[in-house]
Ligand binder design. Structure first.
Ligand code: AMP
Length: 294
């Protein structure tokens, strides 16, 4: 594996491979865990050349203190990337990505509205801008993203469609600890007590899923499990027709997000052989409303 810092160095390494290989790309902010590794593995399986980037993108943080405190572990990341079959690790500096005079921003509307944007103003402008720049530098055939950040997936898919980018997106299911907590680089900020309290999130998603299957109020069922946490939102969002229960909550000083696609929870026990799948419209849930929040 080669680690490269500047866009020019990465381009040179990619151009030396010629035009043939299928290029897979995994954009990240580093501090790798098994969620990142699942994306690396999927890319390794599908693509000839796998590029990953590690860049803690300042423009997607509304709070400079949050940016400064974001976990960084470059040497460990290099080891994990090499062991996961990454060919090229792109590790640019802030100045490489935003040289003095940088003045262009990519502002996605539609799925970027609501949820995270209500609590992190400018977040998706930063995400869309850095993704557009990284996609232009790497020129991947396939990009691998995590379901863990479901709204981010919707925003990046919108960006790819609207800018006519010639690449495919693969979405990899959320990797969880044995007790259900979604893996996240931010979990290192949880004390032992916070870590226990954070289990309310997967419990809330499970309660919401059960309520959905039984035709009860999904948001109310999820909220009931989150007592004592500082909730930013609990909402059923429609991501490309897929109703998704999304939660953001603060546990101590750490802000966690998690989600579950609700229709996926119908199978297999809800649709025994021969039964038709009940669509979200027929099920009586008003899933077409973009976001429902309480
Ligand atoms: P990050 O480094 O947190 O920006 O994440 C980089 C990529 O890894 C994004 O596409 C995330 O959605 C994905 N990711 C983060 N955590 C997980 C997880 N627990 N399971 C699957 N994918 C994840």
């Amino acid at each position: 594996m080669k680690a490269l810092r500047t866009p020019a160095d990465l381009r040179q390494a990619l151009e030396s491979l010629g035009r043939g290989p299928i290029i897979g790309f995994v954009p990240t902010m580093g501090a790798f865990h098994d969620g990142h590794v699942a994306l690396f593995r999927a890319a390794r399986q599908e693509c000839d050349v796998v590029v990953a980037s590690v860049f803690v993108n300042p423009s997607q943080f509304s709070d400079p203190a949050d940016f400064a405190a974001y976990p960084r572990d470059r040497s460990r990341d290099e080891g994990v990337a090499a062991a996961s079959g990454i060919d090229l690790l792109f590790v640019p500096s802030v100045d490489d990505m935003y040289p003095p005079g940088h003045a262009t921003w990519v502002d996605v509307q539609g799925p970027a509205r609501g949820l995270e944007s209500d609590f992190r103003p400018g977040h998706f402008r930063g995400v869309a801008t850095i993704c557009a720049k990284l996609f232009d530098i790497v020129r991947p055939d396939v990009v691998f993203l995590g379901q863990k950040d479901a709204q981010q997936v919707a925003v990046i898919k919108q960006l790819v469609r609207d800018l006519n980018l010639d690449l495919a997106i693969r979405v990899i299911p959320t990797v969880r600890a044995a007790d259900g907590l979604a893996l996240s680089s931010r979990n290192v900020g949880l004390s032992a007590d916070d870590r226990t309290r954070a289990l309310a999130l997967p419990r809330a998603l499970a309660a919401g899923q059960a309520a959905y299957l039984e035709g009860r109020d999904v948001v109310a069922a999820a909220r009931a499990e989150l007592a004592g946490l500082e909730i930013d939102y609990v909402a059923v969002a429609d991501f490309e027709g897929q109703p998704t229960l999304a939660i953001a909550a603060r546990v101590g000083a750490t802000r966690l997000i998690d989600n579950v696609p609700l229709e996926a929870s119908r199978e297999p026990h809800e649709t025994p052989a021969g039964d038709r799948v009940v669509s979200s419209k027929e099920s009586g849930h008003d899933q077409q409303a973009a976001f429902r929040r309480t």
